[in-house]
Ligand binder design. Structure first.
Ligand SMILES: Nc1ncnc2c1ncn2[C@@H]1O[C@H](COP(=O)(O)OP(=O)(O)OP(=O)(O)O)[C@@H](O)[C@H]1O
Ligand SMILES: [Mg+2]
Length: 447
């Protein structure tokens, strides 16, 4: 039997108009609801009070919402979120393949200084790779600079999509709070930089060690100076400084117990001295019947900062380099409870330079700009680049931008504070005065 072609295959003009209206209504639902509310109020009032009174009351209600800044801002936020959602829906529909068939569910939209951050729920059969592959198409549909997707390590179906409208780190940013700080408590988080939303990122270091890496000129020594500035301003912290270049950490030498340049033999003997401190500290903890140092227990923190780690652990004299690496490994491995914090920086901590037995003990990682995704993974740990966290993504010209993997367990993109030579001098002089006053008060020798 021959069947007649059904009307489903050739939708009528009325069907097409209905479909168009439905699509328009779905896409503009928030705006339509916002528009419908005063219209509905006006009609309702007009039935009850007549058109003049209805017009006056409705206009007053609209003005009461639109004029005061808080409600105006709220309305602007709602409209902005709706616009981001609508554009994203169109962008997903424009991607050929699985994403247009099964578009991600769009969750919360948060405005950031550089654009927006959107929570997405991936549907069955899709993954972060689909989003990453479609990144350029989505960015071009949205008409933005870039989009970056990062998956929640605990839930592979939850993704944060960062829409970058302009580089949030392009401006010089906030001044480092340490420049004006009268002092600092090392048991508090060090303000190290500003994230993509303009919030200050704090790095809480007691009981942790941090490894910094990044290409030449990416801002490692500058980041070290910010950390050092904070610790120098706490007279309760004992500083041990190693600088393969001599000039980077030299301004802090007056606040340090030991300052070592590119002299591997001296570096080894100073590490042995610090290890002696660690062993004495454990005897002290045993005598006090406690397992670790704690705030205000009178036991100072020891902060060991090493710039150009490669010079010490991968120098030409293999036996000295091996000895240094072994001593440092011991300090990183056992120092935590004794109040020893190790902060080390090198350009690329690959295993041919930093032995993995040492590198893998650093819990916190700070990747400044890296030339490749692989180099970024070398600093942060393998696998982060494929989850959307690569320090190779930032512009080479914007120094100090990187990813910090610390407490939250997910790397945070930030730009470190910048301390000029003048700022460093000011902080170091203030720190030295604080340390002098403290030693006079306690009768102990400086630093
Ligand atoms: N957050 C920042 N904002 C602005 N400029 C910065 C920032 N961080 C670093 N810089 C500038 O970038 C330049 C290189 O910084 P730095 O010396 O810290 O890099 P590095 O990674 O230690 O380089 P290298 O590997 O050669 O030692 C310096 O001129 C510094 O002033
Ligand atoms: Mg440097």
């Amino acid at each position: 039997m021959v069947t007649e072609p059904t009307s489903q295959r050739h939708p009528s003009a009325a069907d097409e108009v209905m479909e168009l209206l439905t699509r328009f209504g779905t896409a503009w639902r928030v705006e339509l609801v916002i528009l419908a509310l005063p219209i509905a109020l006006g009609i309702w009032l007009s039935v009850r009070l007549g058109p003049v009174a209805a017009g006056a009351i409705t206009a007053s209600v609209v003005l009461a919402v639109v004029v005061p800044p808080p409600s105006r801002r709220l309305l602007a936020r709602i409209l902005h979120r709706a616009s981001v959602r609508r554009h994203l829906e169109v962008a997903f529909a424009s991607v050929t393949g699985v994403l247009s068939d099964r578009p991600p569910i769009i969750g919360a939209v948060v405005r950031t200084t550089g654009g927006d951050r959107v929570q997405l729920g991936l549907r069955h059969g899709t993954s972060i790779e689909d989003l990453e592959r479609a990144g350029a198409v989505i960015a071009s549909s949205l008409g933005v600079r870039d989009v970056r997707a990062a998956v929640d390590p605990a839930h592979q179906n939850l993704v944060t999509l960062t829409i970058i409208r302009h580089d949030p780190f392009a401006s010089t940013g906030l001044p480092c709070p340490l420049v004006k700080a009268k002092g600092f408590d090392a048991w508090e988080g060090v303000p190290v930089g500003v994230d993509e939303e303009g919030e200050i990122v704090r790095l809480l270091l007691p009981e942790h060690n941090v490894l910094l890496g990044g290409e030449p000129g990416s801002g490692k020594s500058t980041a070290l100076s910010v950390l050092l500035g904070a610790f120098a301003l706490d007279p309760g912290v004992c500083l041990w400084l190693f600088d393969g270049k001599l000039v980077e950490l030299a301004p802090w030498s007056t606040c340090a117990r030991r300052f070592v340049g590119p002299d591997i033999a001296l570096a080894i003997s100073v590490l042995e001295e610090l290890r002696g401190e660690m062993d004495r500290r454990y005897s002290e903890l045993l005598a006090r019947k406690v397992k670790k140092v704690a705030p205000r227990d009178g036991l100072s923190l020891h902060v060991l900062v090493i710039d150009e780690l490669a010079l010490y652990v991968a120098g030409t004299d293999k036996s000295l380099a091996g000895r240094f690496a072994e001593l440092l490994r011991d300090l990183v491995a056992r120092g935590r409870a004794a109040g020893i914090i190790v902060v080390a920086a090198t350009q690329k901590p690959s295993t041919d330079i930093v032995p993995s037995a040492l590198r893998d003990l650093f819990g916190f990682r700070w990747a400044l700009r890296c030339a490749t995704r692989e180099a970024s993974d070398t600093v942060l740990g393998s696998g982060w680049a494929s989850r959307g966290f690569s320090a190779a993504d930032s512009a080479p010209s914007t120094r100090g931008v990187g990813l910090l993997l610390h407490e939250g367990g997910i790397p945070v993109r930030l730009r470190s504070f910048h301390l000029s030579d003048g700022d460093i001098r000011v902080i170091a002089e203030r720190a030295q005065r604080l340390r002098h006053d403290e030693s006079v008060a306690t009768g102990e020798s400086e630093p």
